[in-house]
Design a protein around this ligand. Sequence first.
Ligand SMILES: [Zn+2]
Length: 648
Amino acid sequence: CAYTDYTGWQHKQFIGSGEFTLEFGDYRVAITTPDTFIVSASGELLNQQDVLNRDQQDRLGIARSSHRPVFIVTPEEALENEKKEATGEKTWIFEARNVRDFAWAASPKFIWDAMGVSVPGGGQTMAMSFYPNEGEPLWSRYSTHAVAHTIEVYSRMSIPYPYPVAISVNGPIGGMEYPMICFNGPRPEKDGTYSERTKYGLIGVVIHEVGHNWFPMIINSDERQWTWMDEGLNTFVQFIAEQLWEEKYPSRRGEARNIVGFTTSTHQVPIMTNSEQLLQFGSNAYAKPATALNILRESILGRELFDFAFREYSQRWAFKRPEPADLFRTLEDASGIDLDWFWRGWFYSTDHCDLAVDRVVRFHLDTGNPDVEKPLQKAERDSDPEWISRKNNEGLTIRTERYPELLDFYNSFDEMDVTEEDRRGYERFISRLEDGDAELINRTWNFTVVQMRNFGGLMMPIPLTVTYESGETEDFRLHAEVWRQDPRVVSKLLVTREPITRVEIDAHMEIGDADRTNNVFPPEIDEQRIRIRPERDRSNPMQKDRDERMRIEANLAAGKLGKDIASRMKGIGSQPVPAAARILGDVDPYTLIDPWGQNFAVFDSVDDDECARIVSSGPDGKPGSEDDISWQVLKDGSVDEIVIQDED
Ligand SMILES: [Zn+2]
């Protein structure tokens, strides 16, 4: 519990999602366990000579200067250890300085690996992992590397890791952090294989939980009050670390386009909400602040300025108690850029980003030269679409056809024809122009005004990509200030050498724009895919009822056939089991027909207690289709329908 000048005692209870408010302290802890146990804890092990054997001490020494994880306890030794009876006790002594908390883990099943890490901008530390054989081969491959990677990336982004060890332990919960030690859940299947999700789940959670050493274990924010101040900032740096792990790392949170589902959802509260009032917890406190900071870094301040300011925040508030305003103020102060509008939109509102291109207007410079301008105007006039009445009057006799004498000067005069008077006027105009203006008038600049609209309400800079006639593209970036006078509509004049043929907002997916169909001008046809599904009349209860009765009959028939097959196989005794199909000749042919009039198919079994499998092609009579029904025949003659389950 903490006492501060601004809130007094923080007396709110721990409620799981709203976590701790803690003070720093020094710990010296002695843990006595049965002598088969390996113990891991926040802090440095002070008496390794009392608790580790000679080999283990040597290996720990080697690990210190190794660039790859080294086993202190090997998987084989852990298996041995687990079977041993304890013969006595050992006391492990740990020391941790300047930490908010202390945690430990002990087990006779632990494999232990470690490697030394040079902390960027700091000294040396040890990245270590403790896990049972059930974690293999996943844990020895990834855990300690992920710990080391976290130390390297976070030390550069924040402050150098100040503690002597950083530990990842395989435990029963998904992920939980303490100073210097954290517990992570992912494990492979029993057969040692693992899914992609488990692999990246482990790497991601280790980075995340080790990352909590900085936020909030060192930059000591009040977790009970502001979940986002530790989870959001940590998820942000986690995203950076993940993207530096391997190319195209599948990060769950951080990328701008992934936040759209949340920012456009209905039940939302601002990021600046107390931990117990949060809705959509993970999106609100983890993903949205992480995404906002990433946008601030990539699209608003740029990496150099942002990284400097973010490090400055970490340095100023390390081992102190920052509040949200301290983060906002420090990032503005250190970057020298006013970001009030950004905090207001992303942290204090639930507005989302949806910018659109409304209109694009191309202006041509009038040269004043009648020989240039008048033909252009004439062509424009003559390209007017033909309007309906004139079109429908075509072919009707008009009066001037009947009385040609009604035609006069104006019927052949075209005001768009160039006259000598026009030319003399142009000469006079040119003679009065200054040299610079005369030159300007002959330049072929292109003036394009792009009008943009803000539908989502969130103030954002506008990343604009234009395509020229030649097919080349150019990126422009309009600062969020453009919305200062009118937060809904803004126009921007672009002066370019080549004519612009296409305009797109957010071409590089950086601002989390919710509706991308209105980002392009001229608009494009929205390409979607539809699938044709076979028609099924679901409103035919009569047919359903019949199918249901037929299924019961099919079950009975398969049961009878199965019993027959099982008893015949039993009769064959200890001979090698013949193919089930081979005994079908002896089976009453009538029992082989399913209720829909097709033969049951009978297959050999792959399983030990099974003697055969029976398959009916179902109501449609076609084998291999969705309505097929299968049964397994067990050796005792019982027959069970096989219900195929989808994977989670
Ligand atoms: Zn967390």
